[in-house]
Design a protein around this ligand. Structure first.
Ligand code: GUN
Ligand code: FE
Length: 425
């Protein structure tokens, strides 16, 4: 039997970080789950399976590089608070509920259904500090063929409700890594919640583990002024916030995701560039918690690796289209405030962050170049009155601004169609 699948439709993906490749009425050639080519004429391959989507859009799956799977149930709460009181009032109480595995399963089922609906399949996410809930979450992502980095959160200081013993946090982390080793698509990522949640001893132990086992790391950085002051108080011997992670071995080159990165100093930016840190820009959360506006234009121009994060529950919407729009709007606001002296960010640039930019952290996914994993969504926008007058890039823009997962008719990972995870819910 042929290993080939031919996929027909209006195909579109990021060609470069600021241009789109548009292939109307074209064919994607998939062999053993990988893309061989996208071309305008149907290739003549005997025995190939055909999936014909007519004039629907075929797009890369979305990448969400920063969100908290365990904050799904508290989305939208506490928008009158800044980060530290928000964590104390809502977040830690909600996350404490994940000691109950039945509750965890109930939340995760709904979350996975919504991620599937919204077309987000490349994920980098925080769990809670609980070992059992984290392993369950990983099993569920794996069973439904998401590509996910999942972190058991480490936090052994500065909260009376949600806190681990230093030794227990480290021992649980080692056990978690051991127990998740067999998974194929879902991988562990070391996750100190943020510097203020961790003792120096725990940070140093985690750093050694990262080095020994060549593990990736995710955490928060420079999100909020109160947070940054707290880090300076708690870690007076370090040069800056980023230095706390770096000196403890928690910034492995090319394998580190730092969320937010709004209020960075020059030495921090230089170090992050050197370490090839991926910055997870979370525009909705940054405004919801009055954290600030990340200078996206400037960061792109400086050549940083950047992706988008929904940051559920600091953010409120899982559809990454919202993150694209919020990133563009935030950049527009900065441009307005600076009376045009700061340029805005274009649609193709923001779309790139949400697909190919985020995908780059996982390997070859997020665009449709030869050798990339055949990870796509299919979008039917024919119900909208004027789509037949628009070209592909305009239809994409309209889907991102005015659409949602309701317009997605099919999801495919590694060449295989993906069914709704929990259809009985
Ligand atoms: N910093 C430490 N923990 C969190 C969290 O849960 N959400 C956000 N947005 N920032 C954090
Ligand atoms: Fe976060």
């Amino acid at each position: 039997m042929s290993q080939y699948t031919l996929v027909h439709g209006d195909i579109l993906y990021s060609d470069t970080s600021d241009t789109l490749a548009c292939y109307p009425d074209s064919w994607m050639v998939i062999r053993s789950g990988l893309i061989e080519a996208v071309e305008p004429v149907k290739p003549d391959i005997e025995g190939a399976k055909v999936r014909d989507y007519g004039h629907q859009l075929i797009l890369p799956v979305f990448s969400d590089l920063h969100f908290h799977s365990v904050q799904y149930a508290m989305r939208g709460l506490g928008r009158d608070k800044e980060l530290l009181p928000w964590l104390q009032t809502y977040t830690f109480k909600e996350e404490a509920c994940f000691a109950n595995i039945e509750y965890a399963e109930r939340v995760f089922k709904q979350l996975l259904n919504e991620l599937w609906t919204e077309g987000s399949f490349n994920l980098c996410t925080f769990s809670s500090l609980h070992l059992e809930a984290t392993l369950l979450l990983m099993d569920m992502y794996e069973a439904n063929e998401f590509r996910a980095y999942v972190g058991k959160v480490n936090m052994d200081s500065n909260d009376p409700i949600l806190v681990e013993d230093t030794e227990a946090s480290f021992e649980d982390t080692k056990r978690w890594i051991e127990e998740s080793r067999a998974l194929k698509y879902t991988k562990p990522i070391i996750t100190p919640r943020f510097a203020p949640s961790c003792t120096p001893k725990l940070l140093a132990n985690l750093g050694r583990l990262v080095e020994e086992q060549q593990l990736p790391v995710q955490t928060h950085l420079n999100e909020n002024h109160g947070e940054i002051e707290l880090v300076a108080e708690l870690f007076p011997d370090y040069d800056n916030y980023y230095d706390v992670y770096r000196k403890n071995g928690l910034t492995p080159e090319g394998k580190t995701v730092m969320a937010h990165c709004i209020h960075n100093t020059k030495p921090e930016l230089e170090a992050m560039k050197e370490d090839k840190v991926l910055i997870a820009h979370c525009p909705a959360s940054n405004v919801n918690l009055s954290s600030g506006i990340m200078p996206l234009r400037d960061m792109i121009d400086q050549g940083f690796l950047i992706a988008l994060g929904s940051d559920i529950g600091g953010g409120d919407r899982l559809f990454i289209g919202h993150a694209i729009v919020d990133a563009i709007r935030s950049a527009n606001i900065l441009s307005i405030v600076h009376e045009g002296k700061v340029a805005p960010v274009t649609f193709p640039e923001a779309y790139y962050l949400a697909t190919a930019g985020g995908g780059s952290f996982f390997g070859k996914t997020g665009t449709f170049k030869p050798g990339y994993s055949a990870d796509y969504i299919v979008v039917d926008d024919s119900c909208w009155p004027a789509t037949n007058r628009y070209d592909l890039s305009e239809r994409l823009e309209q889907f991102i601004y005015a659409g949602s997962g309701d317009r997605i008719t099919e999801r495919c990972m590694r060449g295989n169609l993906i069914a709704k995870p929990y259809s009985s819910l």
